[in-house]
Ligand binder design. Structure first.
Ligand code: FES
Length: 109
């Protein structure tokens, strides 16, 4: 599990930008996306959680951002100044997995 308190300490306002960009803290554990990767795309203009998701795949894992949304939103807040309350949740798309037709147990005539 991601240690939120540790992330908050590394993400604090006024932190040395280079120090934070070198951070190896994993924010999205499902997709193994690091804090430094998220900060980099936010600084390049990704100001929404969905934009960060498209650029880094953070939030595309099995938990569908239940674990990482708050952390990504906090990073966007710190980098852009957008209040966390104004940051919309990610669009959720349920992961698709192939399955065999016979597992549906449909009676065929
Ligand atoms: S922790 Fe990011 S999608 Fe699960």
């Amino acid at each position: 599990m991601v240690n939120k308190e540790r992330v908050n300490i590394k993400c604090r306002h006024g932190a040395d930008k280079n120090e934070v960009l070198d951070s190896d803290i994993i924010v999205c554990r499902c997709m193994e996306v690091k804090e430094s990767a998220i900060r980099k795309v936010v600084r390049q203009g990704a100001a929404t959680v969905d934009a960060v998701k498209r650029a880094t795949k953070a939030g595309m894992g099995l938990c569908q951002s239940k674990t990482c949304f708050d952390l990504v939103a906090k990073i966007i807040n710190e980098e852009t100044g957008i209040p966390v309350s104004d940051i919309k949740p990610m669009k959720i798309r349920i992961p698709v997995r192939p399955l065999k037709i016979k597992s549906l147990n449909i009676d065929t005539p």
